[in-house]
Design a protein around this ligand. Structure first.
Ligand SMILES: [Zn+2]
Ligand SMILES: [Zn+2]
Length: 143
């Protein structure tokens, strides 16, 4: 694929995705809602080891253990606070902010995660595959 550049609001953090996405997901989990300030977070999953290159300054980090029990280090710009990606080493996964990519047409979600945590008023796109709570990676991870 063609490499895709992304950045934070102020440009202090610039990165590039250099692999095809593993998934493009709207994640409705509570953590993602708080981080994004919206009903879901636009998550663009690529390989952490080979799919994401930081081209700039070091982002700030906040490490948590997610509801799935995995280490999840959320990365954000120390200047403007934009969330740029999260690292889940156990799954070799970088969950990049889909709309931080320069090419806004590139992020096209096909899956909804954790729809059980969506607010009642929220319309879930029924043309997309939806998972009420479990992430596919939690069950499909074979290697
Ligand atoms: Zn910034
Ligand atoms: Zn989430």
């Amino acid at each position: 694929m063609k490499f895709k550049k992304g950045k934070c609001l102020c440009g202090h953090i610039v990165f590039e995705v250099q692999a095809d996405p593993i998934y493009m997901v709207n994640c409705f989990c509570r953590d993602c809602q708080i981080v994004s300030g919206s009903q879901f977070y636009a998550a663009y999953g690529v390989s952490l080891k080979s799919g994401l290159i930081n081209l700039s300054n070091e982002p700030s980090s906040y490490r948590i253990i997610s509801a799935s029990g995995r280490e999840n280090t959320r990365k954000f710009c120390p200047r403007c606070g934009s969330r740029v990606w999260a690292e889940i080493p156990e799954l070799d996964l970088a969950s990049v902010s889909g709309f931080a990519l320069e090419d806004r047409e590139h992020f096209k979600p096909t899956i909804n995660y954790h729809t059980k945590q969506a607010p009642e008023w929220c319309l879930i796109d029924t043309t997309m595959t939806s998972y009420k709570e479990q992430e596919i990676l939690a069950t499909d991870q074979s290697d």
